[in-house]
Design a protein around this ligand. Structure first.
Ligand code: NDP
Ligand code: 8X3
Length: 247
C-alpha cells in the first residue's frame, strides 16, 4: 500500500485528493490548521487517513513529519498543496501579517517539509507534486506577493529535478487557473459574496478536477516526469497589456 502526505487537506484540492487517494487504495496523511475538519474527514475515510493538525508556518512542527514511523512515515508522494493568497489590495495597504503568513506558508513551510522528506523520498523513489499557479507566469493587479510565492514554487520544482537527477524521484509543478474552493473566501478575509460573485457563471475548475490530475500524475509510468502542467477553465484567458498614456 502506498502513502501520500497531503498538506492542506481541510478544504479544496487537498480534501478532494484525500478522498481520491484513500478510495484508490492509498494511505493518506492529511494536514491543516483546522483539526475539526481533519477529524470529520477521518470519520469519513477511516483508518487509512491520518489527520495531523499542523500549521505550515511552524517549522519544527512541519519537520516532525519526517519522524513518523512505519507505515505512515513511508511516504511515496508528497503533495505540497497548503497555500493561500493575501487580498489583491495595493501592497502598501496590505497588512504585513497577512503578507508574512502567505510567504511563510507558501514558501518556507513548503521548503522545510520538502527538505526533511527528501531522504525518504529518495529511498522510496517517490514523487513530489507542488501547487504553483498560473499566477507564477501571468501577472495581474494585486497579485505580486501571491504570484511571487508561486513563481518560487515553480522554479523550486524545476531546480529540484536537477538535484534529484539519478534518484528516480519525480517532481511536478502544477499550475492551475481559477478553481472554486475556499481560496477566494480566504483571500478576501471571509467575504462569501465576493467569492461567489467571482466564480458566478464562469464554470470554474473544481477540486475534483485537481484530485483527478494528481491521481493521473501518481499513476504515470515511473520513467515519465511531467515537469510542469498548466490548466485553466475554458472561460478564463488573458486580458493583454495595460497602457497608461500621459494626459
Ligand atoms: P483552499 O483555501 O480551499 O484550501 C487551502 C488549504 O491550505 C486548506 O486545507 C488550508 O488548511 C491549508 N492551509 C493554508 N494555510 C495553511 C497553514 N498556514 N498551515 C497549514 N495549512 C494551511 O484552497 P485551494 O484548495 O484552492 O488551494 C490549494 C493550493 O492550490 C494552494 O496552494 C493554492 O495557492 C493553489 N491554487 C489554487 C487555485 C484556485 O483557484 N483555487 C489556483 C492555483 C493554485 P487550514 O486553513 O485548515 O490550515
Ligand atoms: C490562483 C489562480 O487565476 O485565481 O492561484 O489567480 S487565479
Amino acid at each position: 500500500m502506498k502513502t501520500i502526505l497531503i498538506t492542506g487537506a481541510t478544504a479544496g484540492f487537498g480534501e478532494a485528493a484525500a478522498r481520491k487517494f484513500v478510495s484508490g487504495g492509498w494511505r493518506a496523511i492529511g494536514t491543516g490548521r483546522r483539526g475539526d475538519r481533519l477529524k470529520k474527514l477521518q470519520d469519513e475515510l477511516g483508518d487509512n487517513f491520518l489527520p495531523l493538525e499542523i500549521d505550515m508556518r511552524d517549522v519544527p512542527a512541519v519537520e516532525s513529519l519526517a519522524r513518523l514511523g512505519t507505515p505512515w512515515g513511508d511516504i511515496d508522494l508528497l503533495l505540497n498543496n497548503a497555500g493561500l493568497a493575501p487580498p489583491t489590495d495595493p501592497l502598501p495597504e496590505t497588512d504585513w501579517e497577512r503578507v508574512e503568513t502567505v510567504i511563510d506558508t507558501n514558501i518556507t513551510g513548503l521548503v522545510a517539509l520538502t527538505r526533511v522528506l527528501l531522504p525518504k523520498l529518495v529511498e522510496r523513489k517517490g514523487q513530489i507534486i507542488n501547487l504553483s499557479s498560473v499566477a507564477a507566469t501571468y501577472p495581474y493587479k494585486g497579485g505580486a506577493i501571491y504570484a511571487g510565492t508561486k513563481a518560487f514554487v515553480r522554479q523550486f520544482s524545476l531546480d529540484l529535478r536537477c538535484d534529484l537527477a539519478g534518484t528516480g524521484v519525480r517532481v511536478t509543478s502544477v499550475e492551475p487557473g481559477m478553481a472554486e474552493t475556499e481560496f477566494t473566501l480566504v483571500r478576501t478575509g471571509g467575504d462569501k459574496e465576493a467569492s461567489e460573485k467571482l466564480y458566478a457563471g464562469m464554470n470554474p475548475m473544481t477540486p475534483q478536477d485537481h484530485a483527478d490530475l494528481f491521481w493521473w500524475l501518481a499513476n504515470l509510468p515511473p520513467h515519465l516526469n511531467i515537469n510542469s502542467i498548466e490548466l485553466m477553465p475554458v472561460t478564463q484567458s488573458w486580458a493583454g497589456f495595460a497602457i497608461n498614456r500621459e494626459a
